[in-house]
Design a protein around this ligand. Structure first.
Ligand code: CMP
Length: 141
């Protein structure tokens, strides 16, 4: 294990439900340090760029419309074994299948509106953090 960074996105549904504070508090309780954080609203083109890897999926239009409908919060997080630990804390993609107490179980509605995004590997975390925080490698933890 080693110290890693991962990108968290608090999605429009959770921001609309005013769960930013509850989610950040839980992540800090779980040992994540906030390296960088900002609230912004994606344009449709920016959402399409971020999720380009999913562009052939049937849900791509729905996903990018949803992600650009209202503000999100993007957070660069750091922790020992951050990628796997973060995925454990947020739970399965479909909130109905997520374990009790996970953030998607608590705040997600369905597989589309699932409250949070998380990076799935060290390489994608690096690219995703750079998408929102260019030059993040020079930020302190
Ligand atoms: P996320 O971690 O942001 O990465 C890709 C997203 O696609 C995923 O979370 C889900 O919110 C979304 N997604 C996956 N499957 C579906 C689906 N069947 N319908 C709508 N959205 C989906």
């Amino acid at each position: 294990m080693s110290v890693q960074r991962t990108l968290s996105i608090i999605k429009p549904d959770a921001v609309e439900k005013q769960k930013i504070g509850a989610i950040v508090a839980r992540l800090e309780q779980e040992g994540f340090r906030v390296v960088a954080l900002k609230k912004l609203q994606l344009s449709l083109a920016q959402a399409e760029g971020f999720y380009a890897v999913h562009s052939a999926r049937p849900f791509f239009g729905e996903l990018t419309q949803f992600m650009s409908r209202s503000p999100i919060v993007v957070i660069a997080l750091e922790r020992e074994d951050a990628i796997a630990k973060y995925r454990e804390v947020i739970g399965a993609t479909d909130p109905a299948k997520a374990a009790d107490g996970t953030l998607r179980k608590l705040y997600g509605a369905n597989v589309g509106e699932n409250a949070l995004h998380g990076s799935d590997a060290v390489d994608t975390a690096k690219a995703e953090i750079a998408y929102f925080f260019p030059g993040y490698e020079t930020l302190g933890g």
